[in-house]
Each structure stands twice: as C-alpha cells, then as structure tokens.
Design a protein around this ligand. Structure first.
Ligand SMILES: [Zn+2]
Ligand SMILES: [Zn+2]
Length: 305
C-alpha cells in the first residue's frame, strides 16, 4: 500500500527566497490528504505535478495565514474545474466563517458538496477513519488554538499458515477473524491459539505533523513510535528564547521530540524567513537525532519504509 508525503511549502510566516508557506499532501492507497494550505498551494500542486482530483480531505492546523490563505482559492478552483466529489475540510470552528465570506460553499449551486468538520482542541481525538487509515488530532501549544495531525495505518491482517488450515480444517467463515487475531474456537471450545495459526502481517506505518508549536515534551507519548515525524523548527538553537516567546521551536527541540517519541525519521520545516541557507538546520538537529532531513518543497518522502 503506497504511503508517501510531498512537501509543497515549509516556510514560516511570509514567503521568502522562493519558498512557500505550509502545505503538504499525503498519498495513501491512492487517496490524497492535504495538510495546511498556505498561499500559493495551487501553483505548487501544478509545479510538482500533484493531481488534485483525489484530494478529498483537507486538514487545517490553525488560523495563522501561512497555514490557510491558499484554501479559498483552491476550493473555488475545484468548482471551476467541474469537481463533483464531496470535499471534507477539518479545522478550527471559525474557519468556515472565513470561507463563507468569500465563497458560499454551502449553496446548492456550488457544484459539489463541502462538509466542514470543526475540530476541538486540547485532547487528541479520532477525526477520520476508512478501511485502512485513522487520523487523530495532536494538541499543540501555540499562540492560537492549534492541532497537529497523526495519520496511522490500521493494523494489517496476519498471515494464516496454509498447513494449519488443513491440519485443523478451519471453516472458511472463521478465516477473516483469525487474520485479525482471533483464536480458533469451535462450539465454544478453544481448538488453537492465534499464534499457532498465523504469522505477523505487514507492518503498519504512521506520520505525524506537528506545526506550529512551542517545545512540548508531552507530544512524545501521543506520537510514540511514529514512522516519520514532521516537527517545526522555525529557529536555530541560538534563538531558543525567541522561539519560546513566539510559541515556536528550535532545531534541537524538534530533535529531542523525535528522540523521545522513538520516531524513525525527523523532517524539519516551518523555517524562519531570516535564513537563506537551511543546511545548518539539518546539521544542528543531527547532533541530537541523526535521522533528520529538511522538508524542502518539491521533495517526496516514502513513509512506508
Ligand atoms: Zn506558521
Ligand atoms: Zn502559527
């Protein structure tokens, strides 16, 4: 099952040096999920050839402009392009008022259906589920109410050992339950434990988006063992005081969160416009967490490896 992430923008606050504000797209099992939609998102989709047709879910972290100023334009272009599929938008409750001032997405003439899901803040909640994927909010600590997002593949079915099907003459209708961990029970009698009948299935992968946030060690337990973590690093370590004052994080703090949570990989983003050269961000974070990479726009990361 494909699971990858394309960065369309990872700059903070204002566009700088040709870099765009926050926007990224997850591709999972041929469905696309957009996270944040900063100014210029449509141009970036075209530039990096990300097809917009199957973007059916858009998640907005908070109401600072660098995370949603591209949304109204995109939603309107969907209409002009003759979109018919429903679109789900998840974000702070006030977001829908902001959209409605500019485009009446709820009008019957709009062309396609928009479902708005206002998000709570303060506790991690399940906000989306299909057969393969779960999406939870991650409460972040920032100047305004902010949620990150955790994309988690569901546990994949175990493999049944062929010989065991014959040995125990396992009835067909029990196979599905056994693949999801059930023991073989016939007439209320335990015939065989699941471990004897199955081998582990394929691993499940996960991705956590944590932007914008002040350094918050409580995050580690919510995103425990995440495969890939995107954590903002607006500033380098020498601006630690400024980061705290502005409710942002530094390279070293992002790396500490990655280390504490047992992440497989760390992607740094939300770079301050004061830096042209971003290589020092990676170098500095790697002194704490070696598997650190820059979330540069145009880059695609494979989550399922
Ligand atoms: Zn921001
Ligand atoms: Zn912000």
């Amino acid at each position: 099952m494909d699971f990858d992430l394309t960065i369309l923008g990872s700059n903070s606050a204002v566009p700088a040096f040709g870099r765009h504000p926050s926007c990224q797209v997850i591709n999972h099992n041929n469905q696309k999920y957009m996270i944040d939609c900063g100014e210029g998102a449509q141009f970036q989709l075209s530039k990096y050839k990300v097809k917009r047709g199957n973007i059916n879910h858009i998640f907005i972290s908070h109401l600072h402009g660098d995370h949603y100023f591209g949304l109204v334009g995109l939603v309107n272009s969907f209409r002009l392009n003759g979109r018919k599929d429903d679109l789900h938008i998840y974000g702070p409750p006030k977001l829908i008022d902001i959209i409605l001032i500019q485009v009446d997405v709820f009008s019957p003439e709009f062309g396609y259906k928009v479902h708005f899901h206002p998000l709570n803040y303060g506790e991690s909640e399940l906000i989306f589920e299909n057969d393969y994927l779960l999406v939870y909010t991650i409460p972040l600590v920032h100047k305004t109410e902010t949620n990150g997002f955790l994309f988690k593949e569901k546990v994949k079915p175990r493999k049944i050992i062929r010989e065991k099907i014959l040995e125990y003459d396992i009835p067909r209708h029990l196979i599905a339950d056994i693949r999801f961990g059930a023991d073989l029970v016939i007439d209320r009698k335990l015939i065989a434990k699941n471990e004897e009948l199955t081998e582990p299935g394929k691993p499940s992968f996960s991705y956590a988006y944590c932007s914008d946030t002040v350094y918050n060690p409580d995050l580690a337990s919510i995103i425990k063992d995440v495969t890939v973590l995107y954590h903002e690093a607006t500033f380098m370590h020498d601006f630690e005081d400024k980061a705290a004052e502005r409710y942002h994080s530094t390279t070293i703090q992002a790396a500490k969160i990655a280390e504490m949570s047992g992440a497989g990989k760390l992607l740094l983003g939300h770079f301050s416009a004061r830096h042209y050269d971003l290589q020092p961000f990676q170098d500095e974070a790697r002194t704490v967490f070696s598997e650190t990479y820059l979330a540069l726009e145009g880059t695609t990361f494979n989550i399922s490896e």
